[in-house]
Design a protein around this ligand. Structure first.
Ligand SMILES: Cc1cc2nc3c(=O)[nH]c(=O)nc-3n(C[C@H](O)[C@H](O)[C@H](O)COP(=O)(O)OP(=O)(O)OC[C@H]3O[C@@H](n4cnc5c(N)ncnc54)[C@H](O)[C@@H]3O)c2cc1C
Length: 553
């Protein structure tokens, strides 16, 4: 730990104040500060040095995989704490989990820990959720999703008895797509065109051309059930009316492996990852923004920080958004595939308006409101079209509401509650982009009205803390193109081989991990990108894998 702090200090001490110039990127609509380049990189990396740009969950999981392979890893992140979207901010005694709240497929995390010679459950306390979440429609009807088969069938029958048989077929469809899409494609590298060609017949057989909504609509007729079986792609930035029906696999994931909450928030998972990296001998540095990937003899050879400090590395992994990586960090290199016009043309996931708030003396109020609620607005298809296609900020909204204080009282002062309410909104790249400086407060007030009327009566007088993230926050905090919540949208022609590859197609020695690469966004997705990365990067030369050394100690 002491040594880790020393090396972090030495990296940050090489910071010098230099003159700045201004530069545009394809997605940043305001100008940003860019430090001038220092002379050609004089440093030559040793073969076991690796650098990871970004301490999001994908970056930290990659660092763990590289540490287990014997690399000497340095993780660099511009923020003040690890976890990226999965970190938290504490304000007035309320811990706001900023992003992911629903942890599915916990075995992915357990396997990651096992690859490092450790046990996940020794480091993180995951608790199962019952029910998983409750959906509420404007007509007052509800649907509580659970693991128990009989309870789920009863819930479906309560809304629409004639849809029970279709629901059961949907679950079978979901399982078939899970085995193919998640366990097979999702866990192996997909950077070779031949690999894609080989699986095309299976894609066709499973009707991957159909959307998630279209598939749900074939199986059930009640509009509420169609919503309940098709909204999941929104959790990873996809338009349910356009993303491939392969994503119906989420219903099987939830049913088979449960929905969990990490006590302490997903931040606790990020912090546990940092402890593993440090135990492997790695270094995690916060407050260090990478300005450019360095290149020597046509290979990635390290990174230069915005401060001017240079860190050599034989393996460079970028957990920054794939768009930011290719547009900004590789700006001085020729790019064949991920050029600025191609990145601009890509379909980006939606933006998010997230209102984090704390309430006083409410623990015994709103007894029917659980940990996860979905408050459905009056429109589905047209609302989604406003968000993804028209780029229009609608007056109505559908909300996901997080109330972790019912499971984890440590996130709020005694007797109080911690919440966030999330509304999907257009990203900043649409022609008629929203000016959030002007709209933000108006939109929050509309959200408050919906919450008062539909979920939390009396809320206004109970609010003590408030913090708002708009797509502009996502752009400026996480350097996300167009402030998108989940990087590139997971449409069929932007998935698997079509996504930016885990092994860079632009620069040898550069690898990608995180939401913008294969298999994609979400906690299991980005942990999966690190698993794929682990299959692509060879073991570090001349050094026994750290995990085995640790195990022997
Ligand atoms: C509000 C919200 C709710 C969500 N809910 C869920 C959920 O319930 N369940 C679920 O599974 N998923 C959920 N997700 C999705 C999930 O959180 C993300 O897909 C995942 O955490 C992204 O991880 P990542 O590794 O791609 O990186 P990020 O979390 O995006 O982290 C990238 C890191 O890179 C850093 N960085 C970027 N550029 C640089 C640079 N140049 N130099 C240094 N550092 C840099 C950033 O500071 C950031 O820390 C949610 C997301 C959001 C936003």
């Amino acid at each position: 730990m002491g040594a880790d702090n020393e090396s972090a200090k030495s990296i940050l001490n090489s910071v010098e104040k230099k003159d700045c110039k201004l530069e545009w990127t394809f997605y940043h609509q305001t100008m940003q500060v860019v430090r001038p380049q220092s002379p050609v990189n004089p440093l030559t990396p040793t073969p076991n040095q690796a650098v990871v740009i970004g301490a999001g969950l994908g970056g930290l999981a990659s660092a763990m995989r590289l540490g287990a392979k014997g690399y000497n890893v340095t993780v660099l992140d511009r923020l003040d704490r690890p976890g990226g979207r999965g970190s938290s901010i504490t304000q007035g005694g309320h811990r706001f989990d900023l992003g992911p709240t629903i942890v599915t497929v916990p075995q992915g995390l357990r396997e990651l820990w096992a690859a490092c010679g450790r046990r996940f459950d020794d480091d993180v306390n995951l608790v199962p959720m019952t029910p998983y979440y409750e959906i509420r429609w404007p007509d007052g009807s509800t649907f509580a999703a659970r693991q128990d088969d009989a309870a789920m069938r009863a819930e479906v029958a309560r809304l629409s008895p004639k849809d029970v048989a279709g629901y059961e077929k949907f679950l079978k469809d979901s399982e078939a797509r899970y085995w193919f899409g998640y366990e097979d494609l999702g866990r192996r590298p997909m950077h070779k065109l031949l690999d894609l060609i080989k699986v095309l017949p299976r894609f066709a057989w499973l009707r991957a051309d159909r959307s998630v909504y279209a598939h749900a609509a074939r199986r059930v007729s009640d509009p509420r059930l169609r919503f309940a079986l098709s909204f999941h792609p929104l959790f990873i930035g996809g338009d349910p009316f356009n993303v491939t029906s392969m994503y119906i696999l989420v219903s099987h994931l939830e049913k088979a492996f449960g929905v969990h909450y990490a006590m302490g928030g997903v931040q606790a998972i990020a912090e546990a990852m940092v402890r593993v990296i440090r135990a492997q001998g790695g270094t995690v540095v916060q407050g260090a923004e990478v300005d450019e990937v360095l290149v020597q003899k046509g290979r990635a050879s390290g990174v230069r920080l915005v401060s001017g400090a240079e860190i050599p590395a034989a393996v460079v992994v970028s957990n920054a958004d794939a768009g930011h990586t290719y547009d900004r960090l590789l700006r001085n290199q020729p790019r064949k595939r991920w050029t600025p016009p191609k990145l601009k043309r890509a379909r980006w996931s939606m933006g998010l308006f997230v209102w984090y708030f704390g309430t006083k003396g409410t623990r015994e109020m709103w007894r029917d409101v659980g940990h996860h609620s979905i408050v459905v607005g009056p429109r589905y298809r047209e609302h989604i079209k406003d968000i993804f296609i028209r780029g229009k900020l609608a007056d109505d909204m559908s909300l996901y509401v997080h109330r972790p204080s019912v499971t984890d009282p440590s996130c709020a002062p005694a007797g109080d509650d911690t919440f966030y309410a999330l509304s999907p909104v257009p990203h900043l790249g649409h022609d008629n982009g929203v000016d959030w400086q002007a709209e933000g407060e108006r939109y929050r007030e509309k959200m408050l009205k919906v919450l008062e009327e539909r979920l939390l009566p009396g809320l206004t007088s109970r609010i003590t803390e408030s913090l708002v993230f708009t797509p502009e926050t996502f752009r400026d905090r996480y350097l996300s193109p167009f402030g998108a919540g989940f990087s590139i949208e997971p449409r069929i022609f932007q998935s698997a081989w079509f996504r930016p590859h885990n092994v860079s197609e632009e620069l040898p020695g550069l690898f990608l991990a995180g939401a913008g690469t294969h298999p994609g966004a979400g906690v299991p997705g980005v942990v999966g990108t690190a698993e794929v990365l682990g299959k692509l990067v060879p073991d570090a030369p001349g050094r026994a894998a750290a995990a085995f050394r640790m195990a022997a100690e």
